[in-house]
Design a protein around this ligand. Structure first.
Ligand code: ADE
Length: 247
């Protein structure tokens, strides 16, 4: 089982998301677990206050070291594997999250994800327990919870048996450094737009080749930067040009 432990001040935000997600089935089947740990339970004063003003001045409040450290220890010291859990801090300063990172993190059995709020967290606890800082994009959110849900969702899909069949994610966007090909369902003709004939042919080798070409064209038009990393053959370019001409 892969266990996600989310350290937060807003447990309900996280719990609500997973209660109403397709991942609920994987949680019920004990393939993954997602626990939201309230850092307020580890406050060092009796009022449940976990933040304080900044040394050196500045606006806003910062989450103190001890509640974060104690909340982390509640997991680390009770680890069933005896290993130190891998710790991620959600922060706009972190490295950008992508599908490769999702795959990599899906190998971690215990993943602790710390969500900051207000101005963030005292740097001393970050440098003590955090293995990696992760950002979900170059913008600033009010807290790390949404970002934590984003990464847990995407990591979980990479874990065997979470999705009904692995194929569901093997062909999807970003898996092969391309975007996914276009897809169609019934009816065959809608508002005069016809489904490409090859998809009705039953010739799976041809369909596969066609879908690969469409995936490259999609990437070329929507995310040309992704193709820069790929060395396309003359044949692939030719097929793409043929497809472009046919539409
Ligand atoms: N917390 C605030 N902004 C964030 C971002 N862009 N990514 C991850 N965590 C964040």
């Amino acid at each position: 089982m892969n266990r996600f432990h989310i350290l937060t001040l807003f447990t309900q935000q996280v719990e609500y998301y997973f209660k109403h997600s397709i991942l609920k089935r994987a949680i019920e089947n004990k393939i993954i677990s997602v626990d939201a740990i309230d850092m307020r339970d580890y406050a060092v004063n009796e009022y449940g206050k976990v933040d304080d003003t900044l040394y050196g001045g500045g606006t806003g409040m910062l989450i103190q070291c001890q509640p974060v450290f104690d909340a982390y220890n509640s997991i680390a010291l009770n680890s069933s594997t005896g290993e130190k859990p891998y710790v991620v801090y959600m922060s706009p300063k972190g490295s950008l999250f992508d599908q490769k990172k999702a795959k990599e993190l899906s190998k971690r059995k215990d993943l602790v994800i710390i969500c900051g709020h207000y101005e963030g967290i005292d740097d001393r606890v970050i440098s003590t327990i955090v293995d990696e800082q992760i950002s979900i994009g170059d913008y600033v959110l009010t807290g790390g919870e949404v970002a934590a849900c984003v990464i847990v969702d995407s990591i979980s899909r990479m874990i065997p048996n979470v999705l009904p069949n692995e194929e569901a994610y093997m062909n999807e966007s970003h898996m092969n450094d391309t975007l996914e090909h276009l897809q169609y369902t019934k009816p065959e003709v809608w508002k005069g737009k016809r489904v490409p004939q090859v998809l009705l042919s039953g010739d799976f080798a041809k369909i596969d080749e066609f879908n690969k070409t469409v995936a490259l064209c999609e990437t070329w038009s929507k995310r040309p930067d992704m193709l820069e990393k790929k060395a396309l053959s003359t044949e692939e370019w030719q097929k793409m040009l043929e497809y472009k001409k046919s539409i």
